[in-house]
Design a protein around this ligand. Structure first.
Ligand code: NAD
Length: 487
């Protein structure tokens, strides 16, 4: 098995196995090959991971932020040195083409360690509040043991986006990757130890939806950060609320990408394709409802079809491959069902719509698919598909498209393509979403806050804003005089 780790879990600085846990396989989606055999965490493994995190956290919190940051920056360097190896592992874990993983996965994880390592010294300062003779000051203090629960689309990035701010604030983290992509996070844990992170501060345990609650409900856990679907978010936030734990929820979306008729057509099509086909469409912030103003509809669709049909589908390890398989057969079946619903409900299938014959074999491939003439009430326009399926809808006016763009329970992202910069700002001001783009789509550098509104979640990852979600303020009032008591 070409990606078998030493053991299923990484706790207190070392690989740990407990064969009493439910066995599961890690499958390479491009071939169906079993690349690793692992065990889900037993309650004993969960206890061990949380106990070791709790033990390690106090001493870590007592170190200076600069010293903590230095270790994270070293981890970033190691990740960059091993980018090729980590990217290949990410490709095996997810099926995403190496062309993507080499530029977008370990590197964006390294960016998070570098950014949070760098801001540690200044970003965690408190404030001084003058009160006449008296004064108060605030300190930013860690929360304690934080739990991270990941989705399968960006396993290494998610492990780092949660781990970096948690650690730099002085917390410990127990991370559970998705059962579909268990491998990358183990490597991140190994690299952090190599970079000098004290044992126990970043533990990885495996498991699925039955393991997650053992972490979320644990009395020694102070915070849960989930990346996943809205239904999972509701369960996890509900469970965390019963214990008043802090939560960050990075959930699903059905984001509007609006193209006005004065837009640079090739850029808008490029943005729409990136925002629907990158990572085989398995990106939460994708602009899956592409609203195109009627005047450019025909030109937009004909160039979109031409460019989509040139996408290179194939072996993800080939540098030239632009579209790999979906993460699993279950996910592909789900997407194929949505495609059938699109056809049945009357959308026009412009291109794609099935399994490509030439590359598939046991691989879970699917064609990049575009539906035109989609209307707001169709299932494919309302529900998150999480696959390479673009829905193109027509519109007439700015006012109309804003109202229709917002007519969804989701609020993760959105975008607008137009040459009129005043209009661009007017539109993004009115779109109800956490992250918006003007004349581009899906760029998420670590410097900018990322997260959702409405049912897409709350809390923010990345940027200085993430520090607020992994720490809390302690306020100290200092009296310089005597206590004036009336009794
Ligand atoms: P999912 O909700 O099925 O699972 C996410 C994680 O939660 C997995 O690790 C799973 O084992 C765990 N889990 C499931 N039920 C749980 C429970 N009751 N308690 C605790 N943990 C539980 O999502 P998925 O299919 O892995 O990922 C796809 C979804 O993630 C999509 O909806 C996508 O939009 C979303 N996503 C969001 C972001 C973001 O940043 N907003 C990023 C990537 C993916």
């Amino acid at each position: 098995m070409r990606a078998q780790p030493k053991a299923s879990h990484f706790i207190d600085g070392e690989y740990v196995e407990d064969v009493a846990g439910t066995p599961f396989e890690s499958i390479y989606p491009a071939t169906g090959e079993v690349i690793a055999r692992l065990h889900a965490a037993t309650p004993a493994i969960v206890e061990k991971a949380i106990a070791s995190a709790k033990r390690a956290q106090k001493e870590w919190a007592a170190m200076s932020p600069t010293a903590r940051g230095r270790i994270l920056k070293r981890a970033a360097e190691i990740m960059r040195e091993r980018n090729r190896e980590l990217s290949e592992l990410e490709t095996l874990d997810t099926g995403k083409p190496i062309q993507e993983t080499i530029v977008a996965d370990p590197t964006s994880g390294a960016d998070a360690f570098e950014f949070f390592g760098g801001v540690a010294a200044a970003g965690l300062n408190g404030s001084y509040i003058p009160l006449g003779q008296d004064f108060a000051f605030t300190k930013r203090v860690p929360l304690g043991v934080c739990v991270g629960i990941g989705a399968w689309n960006y396993p290494q990035q998610i492990a780092c986006w949660k781990g970096a701010p948690a650690l730099v604030c002085g917390n410990a983290m127990v991370f559970k990757p998705s059962e579909n992509t268990p491998l990358g996070a183990l490597k991140i844990a190994e690299i952090l130890i190599e970079a000098g992170l004290p044992k126990g501060l970043y533990n990885v345990i495996q498991g699925d939806r039955s393991t997650g609650p053992l972490l979320v409900n644990h009395k020694d856990v102070a915070k849960v950060s989930l990346t996943g679907s809205v239904p999972t978010g509701k369960k996890v936030a509900g469970a965390a609320a019963s214990d008043l734990k802090h939560v960050t929820m990075e959930l699903g979306g059905k984001s509007p990408l609006i193209v006005f008729d004065d837009a640079d057509l090739e850029s808008a099509i490029g943005g729409a394709m990136l925002g629907n086909f990158y990572s085989t469409g398995q990106v939460c912030s994708n602009g899956t409802r592409v609203f195109v103003q009627k005047g450019i509809k025909d030109r937009f669709l004909s160039r979109l079809k031409e460019r989509t049909e040139k996408i290179v589908i194939g072996d993800p390890m080939e540098e030239a491959t632009q579209l790999g398989p979906m993460v699993s057969k279950a996910q592909r079946d789900k997407v194929l069902d949505y495609i059938e619903k699109g056809k049945a409900e009357g959308a026009t299938l412009l291109t794609g719509g099935g399994i490509p014959n030439d590359v598939s074999g046991e691989g879970t491939y699917i064609q990049p698919t575009v539906f035109a003439d989609v209307t707001d009430d169709m299932t494919i326009a309302r529900e998150e598909i999480f696959g390479p399926v673009m829905c193109v809808l027509d519109f007439d006016s700015e006012e109309e498209v804003i109202e229709r763009g917002n007519a969804t329970e989701f609020g993760l992202s959105g975008g607008v393509f137009t040459a009129d910069i005043t209009r661009a700002h007017r539109v993004v001001d009115q779109l109800e979403a956490g992250t918006l783009w003007i004349n581009t789509y899906n760029l998420c550098p670590v410097e900018i806050p990322f997260g959702g509104s409405k049912q897409s979640g709350f809390g923010r990852e990345n940027s200085l804003a993430a520090l607020e979600h992994y720490s809390e303020l302690k306020t100290v009032y200092v009296s310089m005089g005597k206590v004036d008591a009336p009794y």
